[in-house]
Design a binder for this molecule. Structure first.
Ligand code: BG6
Length: 304
């Protein structure tokens, strides 16, 4: 059964052995097992903290939470009642249909529409569709954001938002490097003051490491990244997601997260393609699509 529907999740299995598990809560991918061309044995590529809540009581600490419609604390007036990273990661999505099921890939579509609970905090009409596609060594996640407003007021009732895939990659964080960000402008959210956090820095490293607490928002980044660790590599391609966040809390910030397992920060890096500096604006009746494509380019099991 390439697509298995359970009460709280959907599991996709590719004929060549890879698999992905998506929790309906948050539409959160909580497992992606894949091999590579050089080492076909499927291994887990996604980190989920052993202390994460998977019962819908809190956004999952790990996996691929979907950040929408605000990144971090809200800064847009339309988002003012929302919590950090918005509501999409903590609402129950609906399984819609199987998009594709063959040798090329297995793909499903989930949807999220406004509920009374969402409307209390976010009044804009929208439809979110989330298409997750599994191939032999590849996982794509596509977020489709439609402005469903039928109002003909002028100026138009536009939908303004930020969106990001908060991907936790299961890699040895003290040995992983992210390329190519050298020369890119970024904002350092670990800085102590608002003034310093809003001051652009320039990345000087050829490979970005996260050996110390890192929370960097790269603006207008290349859209294609390589995560490289001693015995493996993953390529991340982003479409319509102009920024990328690199995050690892290390011990200082990680040990303060109640749902982070002890030492968890040594076992992942978050590389998060998103549109988070500024806002995407979608007019009534229109749809915006943001996509990340993850490919295991080499290697086998991460040595953690
Ligand atoms: O604890 P949360 O809400 O899942 O957020 C985790 C991190 O997510 C990152 O994307 C942010 O840049 C960090 O500032 C934040 O700490």
């Amino acid at each position: 059964m390439p697509v298995e529907q359970k009460q709280d999740r959907v599991i996709l299995t590719h004929p060549k052995g890879s698999s992905v598990e998506i929790l309906l809560y948050g539409g959160t991918v909580i497992s992606w097992k894949s091999g590579s061309k050089t080492d076909p044995q499927p291994v887990e590529r996604i980190f989920v903290s052993s202390k994460a809540f998977l019962d819908g009581s809190k956004a999952v600490r790990g996996g691929i939470p979907v950040v929408f419609p605000c990144f971090g604390a809200p800064t847009h007036p339309d988002h003012s009642k929302l919590a950090q990273h918005g509501f999409a990661r903590s609402e129950v999505w609906t399984f819609d249909h199987v998009v594709m099921d063959n040798e090329a890939g297995v793909s499903v579509r989930l949807v999220l529409e406004p509920t009374d609970k969402i409307r209390e905090k976010f009044s804009k009409p929208f439809l979110l569709a989330y298409v997750v596609t599994l191939a032999e060594h590849q996982l794509s996640t596509d977020l489709h954001v439609t402005n469903t407003s039928t109002s003909s007021v002028f100026p138009p009732d536009s939908l303004e938002f930020q969106a990001l895939f908060h991907t936790y990659f299961s890699v040895p964080s003290n040995d992983v490097l992210v390329y190519p960000l050298q020369g890119n402008k970024y904002y350092d959210k670990t800085e102590a003051s608002e003034e310093l956090r809003n001051q652009a820095k320039e990345e000087t490293r050829s490979g970005v490491d996260v050996r110390k607490f890192t929370d960097s928002v790269y603006e207008d980044a290349p859209g294609k990244y390589e995560l490289v660790w001693p015995n493996g590599s993953i390529e991340v391609r982003a479409h319509n997601l102009k920024d990328v966040v690199v995050w690892n809390p290390q011990k200082d910030a990680g040990s303060r997260l109640a749902d982070m397992e002890d030492g968890g920060w040594e076992r992942f890096i978050c590389v998060e393609p998103g549109y988070v500096r500024g806002f995407v604006k979608v007019e009534p009746g229109h749809t915006w699509i943001g996509q990340q494509v993850l490919t295991v380019t080499s290697g086998g099991k991460s040595q953690l």
